[in-house]
Design a protein around this ligand. Structure first.
Ligand SMILES: [Zn+2]
Ligand SMILES: [Zn+2]
Length: 75
């Protein structure tokens, strides 16, 4: 049974999970399901949102690109 790299939890992959992994040729995860969920949430929180204005109607909006990006942003 693999041990999580992030906590002492041991976890087991279900049969369908194992089959899916080998089908996709993906290495088995090294984090237990709990830590995988936490990492996903963390990753989401780390994304910064920027206040900006729509290039068309000047409406204030929130977007994922910094204001100095070359993207033209519309609401
Ligand atoms: Zn863990
Ligand atoms: Zn607009």
């Amino acid at each position: 049974m693999p041990t999580c790299q992030n906590c002492p939890n041991q976890f087991k992959l279900s049969e369908p999970e194992q089959r899916l992994l080998s089908k996709l040729m993906v290495p088995p995860p090294t984090f237990c399901p709990d830590c995988r969920i936490q990492r996903k949430l963390l990753w989401r929180n780390e994304r910064t949102l920027y206040a900006s204005q729509c290039a068309m109607c000047q409406k204030n909006m929130v977007m994922m690109y910094p204001p100095n990006t070359s993207h033209t942003i519309y609401c």
